[in-house]
Design a protein around this ligand. Structure first.
Ligand SMILES: [Zn+2]
Length: 187
């Protein structure tokens, strides 16, 4: 299933209190009530909130997006809902696409040929030789890294983009800047 994943720009960010974040996101109407999902669907998942469609911009003329659980397929996760993911013990780099695109933060040269990613998440640019953390690269919404991710399920790459208002709200709630990327499929 495709998804749009939000994370703090600072990969070291760890939320102080997840329930407070959930409440704040409910207050702005991004997320709604908890999805009473079947046991086969793990994780902490929420339905979309009342203001969801004003916080996320759908592109294209008539996207066929399911906004509610699919009654005939109660175990299906193929509808728009939000998952608050568990905090990861270490910083993880998540590839959203087989075709990663990025720019070196130092020389701004484009890197598209990522065959292996360094386990240390430190990379010496082969063009300018400056070593940077992968979180400093501009991944053009194809990848991201951090401890904590909020996933919006059911969104294909570039099908919808978060409004700046939503990203600002996340920043205000968590006191750190946020960005996002798309996961095309589970890799
Ligand atoms: Zn460089």
């Amino acid at each position: 299933m495709p998804k749009l994943v939000f994370h703090a720009k600072n990969p070291e960010y760890i939320p102080a209190n997840i329930p407070d974040i959930v409440t704040a996101l409910q207050n702005i109407g991004f997320i709604g009530g908890k999805w009473q999902s079947p046991k086969s669907v793990p994780g902490e998942r929420y339905l979309i909130g009342d203001s969801f469609l004003s916080l996320v911009t759908f592109l294209g003329c008539a996207p066929a997006i399911e906004l509610e659980p699919i009654a005939e397929k109660p175990e299906s996760t193929e509808f728009c809902h939000i998952e608050i993911e568990a905090v990861k013990a270490s910083v993880e780099f998540i590839c959203g696409s087989k075709h990663l695109i990025s720019r070196c933060p130092h020389c701004r040269q484009r890197h598209a040929n990522w065959k292996t990613l360094p386990e240390t998440l430190l990379y010496s640019c082969d063009k300018c030789k400056v070593e940077s953390h992968l979180s400093e690269y501009d991944w053009k919404n194809t990848a991201g890294c951090g401890h904590f991710f909020i996933s919006l399920h059911g969104i294909y790459p570039q099908e919808a983009i978060p409004t700046s208002h939503l990203l600002q709200a996340l920043q205000k709630i968590t006191e750190t800047k946020w960005t996002y990327f798309y996961i095309q499929q589970f890799v």
